[in-house]
Design a protein around this ligand. Structure first.
Ligand code: SF4
Length: 282
């Protein structure tokens, strides 16, 4: 009997969801209600969220809950490894909430997770999507020493909107994270993401992309904001497919090595493809 494609994808989606429940792992895909969840899960890719599912910041677009926080679970990297082995992933994105309550912002836990994955699966590629660690260079160094293949840190929005959209974060500090990363480790691929629809102007979008290129950011992803609820920041503008295409062309002209731009693009969308292209594997 031929099983319709959609049913195969749905069964894979449910298998993955069961695996994440069983291993008590959090995925950003579920926490952020990502619109690509079915597509990515059905292809066997997922972005794992370590350090719990509660955040110390309060971005007004984000659906992640705030306190209470729990200490880092030393077994979490090993559970993640088991999930990666079960799913036979070749490329893993590891991210976290922001943990301002931890002295190193969770950098040590990130580094341990990368080491556990690479120690057991030497061919695996690991992308870390890190918080800003409140600008602590020692924390960034700790993560980079664990040899991730890609270091991502998202600016999310334009500088003017930070006080309204990214409460507790700082635009220049985020750019510094990306700049210093290249200073510490030249060969690492850096990446950032921009969400549109908060009320930014065209000039501000351009300036943000230029700022990212100024710190030698290699990859940018650009997507549309969809408000998770009426309590979240309202959507000020919905961009058309054509506008996303235009922004993509502009970004490529600025020198980004890979650009994903579209209404449903999220920061880890096509992460493996971007890596393959930049590393020259394609
Ligand atoms: S830092 Fe902001 S976007 Fe990231 S998990 Fe916390 S509230 Fe959400």
């Amino acid at each position: 009997m031929v099983i319709p494609k959609k049913r195969v994808e749905l069964s894979k989606l449910h298998t993955l969801q069961r695996l994440f429940r069983k291993t008590s792992l959090n995925t950003v895909c579920e926490e952020s209600r990502c619109p690509n969840i079915s597509e990515c899960f059905s292809k066997g890719t997922a972005t794992f969220m370590i350090l719990g599912d509660r955040c110390t910041r309060g971005c007004t677009f984000c659906n992640v809950k705030r306190r209470p926080l729990s200490p880092p679970d030393p077994q979490e990297p090993f559970r993640l490894l088991e999930a990666v082995k079960t799913l036979r992933l070749k490329y893993v994105v590891v991210t976290s909430v922001t943990r301002d309550d931890l002295p190193d912002g969770g950098a040590d836990h990130f580094a341990r997770t990368v080491r556990v994955l690479k120690g057991s699966l030497p061919r695996i590629k690991v992308e870390v999507l890190i918080p800003d660690f409140r600008g602590k260079v020692e924390s960034l160094e700790k993560v980079l020493k664990s040899e991730p293949d890609v270091l991502a840190h998202n600016v999310e929005t334009v500088k003017r909107l930070y006080p309204k959209v990214r409460i507790g974060s700082n635009y220049d500090r985020s750019l510094e994270i990306l700049r210093i990363t290249k200073e510490i480790k030249r060969g690492v691929i850096t990446k950032s993401a921009l969400i549109l629809g908060f009320g930014e102007t065209w000039d501000e979008i351009l300036r943000t992309l230029e700022d990212l290129r100024r710190v030698d950011c290699d990859v940018v992803t650009i997507g549309q904001y969809f408000a998770p609820s009426l309590k979240h920041h309202p959507v000020v503008k919905y961009y058309s497919e054509e506008e996303f295409e235009h922004i993509k062309e502009v970004a490529y002209d600025m020198g980004f090595k890979f650009v994903a731009s579209g209404p449903f693009v999220r920061s880890s969308y096509k992460a493996e493809t971007a890596f393959d292209i930049i590393a020259g594997y394609d």
